[in-house]
Design a protein around this ligand. Structure first.
Ligand code: ADP
Ligand code: MG
Length: 726
């Protein structure tokens, strides 16, 4: 398999991609049913209704829905679509769809068109096998998808895709989108109320998301020759390559032609689907790359990210690549994350995280920044719960990605400004100095902060001039989970802020003073979450502990914090989840963890026993044959001297083969025990604590054998081949 794959690789030619003849503006969004298309294909009445639904959330009636369905279908057919599907985000990885044809044949041989408002608005996919954490018994199997008007329909291949939420017949959320929409509504409401303390013209606050997708590209033939990559998305074994990222030459290097063509095609396809992709570049590890678009409103941005992950895989195949979205496909080289750049902006065009030119504007800015500090401080555990997973656990806490401890990097100037404000905590009125600080100090921030220093790169939650960058999200994750939690927690914090200000006002304190007082208090209370130093250092671990910041390395324990007192205050209090939705969500995440480790353990057991051990024994037999030959012609004394290295090697191979066999047997026993656990929590804990550790131990022996056995017979593509051959 390995040599066959390497031969294919040697014969690869870049697959050329032509630049489109039309201008970018002509093909941008051709496959999206955006406002422009709606205006063209919908009656005025329907167009207005949809715009109102998008902007104000007004419901759409059946008559209008029929008109929209008709227009949408006509547009889609004009672009070659013959099917439609509700496109939704179940709690698995990725998205799901159930295709239906626009036309049906009737029993008398005629064809009828079937796509009505009813079918646009709601579908009932036969979705009994999607994870639901006990909300929906499989025999009931009733889940509904319902149209999300705020995200435009689009065409992929011959299918019109309609973004939808996915809920149980009882109305409970079974997906990532529903809670996200609830959280976005909650933060809109809470932030608008706080903005109204400063400016009555603000009627809407949108949460924005700009993700940065990291990924690896591996040649398709080599990928196919690695069952672990095919089945688990990561390599479960493989000795490190003599050269990988030590020289940092990939980061600055030019992009190889094969990859360049892939990126070019991906960019064109993104643009046709209205995904505003803008930067493509190399990442730290060999064969690692990143794609970042312009930021968008969070719900749309997340849909676009999910669509992109799918598009990447399809485009990669055309170029004989496989895309690896796993957080840690290769041990010992950098893993992949998906930084979530997050900001809040008003309908009046103000970015609430951007410093303003005037002291008044900066009071608004400061209000939001300080509330973010407090939000993260109070909700460290909830934020962590939203990003942990089997894959991400290999990345977090390692010396490359954000530590499992939460802290916020603000940058020198903003940090000093807050320190100065805090020193004057007793004063309700702004001192002239503080006024000056607001005017000058913050006014200077942008230039300095926009320059990303190395230090701020180690921060899991960094202020980068006009947004916060949440860096702990995994590359394969649905950003919806993190975005739901951040925005819900921000809503809760802003509501708390507003009521504290209101309380002071009812005591006769002026509004400005009240705001200032609460800001100072929050600066003081959240002080421990601010950290400007190196997040990867040992010292920080100790200091964080002294500060009382939490550090929960275990996935299962981290997930349980979805239910902590503070988390419930946010998630139930802001009506993001009901208690049963919350509990089911935790169960689904635990089960996902269990299944991933279970699959990895099975695949490794199989590879170890059926691929590696036989190869090692084969090589050992060759050595034995060699030894017998030497023994036949050399006197005993001399034989011992010249053959000792091979005798040692035979022994070492024996030792490792035996160890592998014992470890695999014990791992299977541990799995059996874990499988008998009834509750999702006990099972996941057992997998994490008792099964998972075997993976590393077995791998260690295999990686040693890889260095000992003849390269000619090693069955699996090696790291140097997987990582270096573009
Ligand atoms: P870096 O790698 O230095 O973080 P990139 O240019 O790769 O920078 O990514 C920056 C990301 O931040 C992009 O996705 C961009 O759209 C996003 N972004 C920029 N401004 C904002 C903002 N105000 N709100 C949300 N995201 C933003
Ligand atoms: Mg970034």
């Amino acid at each position: 398999m390995r040599f066959f794959a390497l031969q294919k690789l040697a014969d690869r030619k870049p697959v050329n991609v032509e630049t489109p003849e039309e201008k970018l503006s002509d093909y941008y969004g051709v496959y999206v049913f955006n406002k422009k298309k709606m205006q063209e294909y919908l009656p005025d009445e329907a167009f207005e209704a949809v715009v109102n639904a998008i902007e104000k959330g007004t419901p759409i009636n059946v008559k209008i829905a029929d008109q929209v369905a008709e227009g949408m279908k006509n547009w889609a057919k004009a672009h070659g679509a013959t099917n439609y599907t509700h496109w939704f985000q179940p709690l698995t990885d990725g998205t799901a769809e159930k295709h239906e044809s626009f036309i049906n044949t009737t029993s008398d041989g005629n064809v009828i068109e079937k796509f009505s408002g009813k079918l646009l608005i709601q579908q009932e996919p036969d979705a009994s096998s999607f994870p639901n954490g006990g909300i929906r018994n499989t025999f009931e199997a009733r889940g509904y998808t319902a149209w999300d008007v705020s995200s435009p329909a689009f065409i992929v291949g011959d299918t019109l895709c309609i973004p939808t939420i996915f809920i149980a017949y009882t109305g409970e959320a079974l997906d990532y989108k529903t809670p996200l929409l609830r959280a976005l509504a909650a933060v809109d409401k809470a932030a608008t109320r706080v903005c109204n303390l400063f400016d009555k013209n603000v009627t809407k606050v949108a949460a924005n998301l700009g993700w940065e997708q990291e990924y690896f590209l591996v040649d398709k033939a080599l990928f196919d020759a690695r069952p672990d990559l095919c089945l688990t998305g990561r390599t479960l074994m493989g000795h490190s390559s003599a050269k990988d990222q030590q020289l940092n030459d990939h980061y600055f290097g030019s992009i190889p032609p094969r990859v360049k063509y892939f990126m070019k095609e991906l960019e064109i396809e993104c643009h046709k689907l209205g995904i505003p992709a803008k930067t493509f570049h190399n990442e730290v590890a060999p064969n690692q790359f990143e794609l970042a678009p312009y930021f968008e409103e969070a719900n749309l941005a997340n849909d676009h990210n999910l669509l992109l992950m799918d598009l990447m895989k399809r485009t990669a195949h055309k170029h004989n690549f496989e895309v690896l979205l796993h957080e840690k496909p290769f041990a010992g080289v950098n893993g992949s994350g998906k930084h979530n750049n997050w900001s809040l902006s008003t309908n009046t065009g103000i970015n609430l995280f951007a410093p303003a030119k005037t002291p008044e504007g900066n009071m608004l800015f400061l209000t939001f920044i300080v509330n973010v500090l407090m939000m993260v401080y109070k909700n460290q555990d909830l934020l962590r719960a939203s990003i942990v997973s089997a894959g991400n656990s290999h990345r977090l806490g390692a010396h490359e990605a954000p530590p499992a401890i939460f802290s916020i990097f603000l940058g020198k100037h903003l940090n000093e400004t807050l320190n100065r404000l805090e020193e004057n905590i007793g004063n309700a009125k702004m001192t002239p100095e503080e006024k000056k600080a607001l005017k000058l100090g913050i006014g200077r921030i942008p230039e300095i902060l926009l320059d990303n220093t190395d230090r701020n790169r180690t921060s899991p939650f960094a202020f980068t001039g006009n947004r916060f960058e949440f860096r702990a999200v995994g590359s394969s994750a649905n950003c919806g989970a993190a975005m739901t939690v951040i925005n819900a927690a921000m809503a809760e914090q802003l509501n708390d802020f507003k009521s504290q200000v209101d309380d002071l006002c009812t005591q006769g304190i002026s509004k400005d003073e009240a705001i200032f007082k609460v800001i100072k208090k929050l600066i003081q209370q959240s002080r421990n979450i601010r950290f400007e130093g190196d997040g990867y250092s040992e010292n920080w671990n100790m200091e964080a502990e002294k500060r009382g910041l939490t550090n929960i390395p275990k996935v299962t324990e981290a997930l349980l914090k979805y239910k902590s007192g503070q988390s419930q205050k946010v998630l139930l209090g802001e009506k993001i989840f009901t208690m049963s939705e919350l509990e089911s969500r935790i169960d689904v995440e635990l089960e996902k963890y269990t299944k991933k480790v279970q699959i990895e353990s099975r695949v490794l057991g199989d590879l170890a026993i059926n691929h590696i051990v036989p190869t090692a024994v084969l090589y050992q037999n060759r050595l034995l044959e060699n030894l017998r030959g030497l023994q036949a012609i050399f006197p005993t004394e001399e034989f011992r001297t010249i053959a000792q290295d091979r005798i040692d090697l035979v022994k070492d191979i024996s030792k490792r083969v035996t160890a592998i066999k014992i470890l695999v047997r014990d791992m299977i026993e541990a799995r059996k025990k874990a499988n008998r656990m009834a509750s999702p929590l006990d099972k996941a804990r057992e997998y994490e604590n008792e099964v998972n550790p075997y993976l590393e131990k077995i791998r260690d022996h295999i990686d040693h054998l890889e260095m000992e056995v003849d390269d000619e017979i090693w069955p699996l593509p090696k790291y140097r081949e997987l990582l270096m051959n573009n």
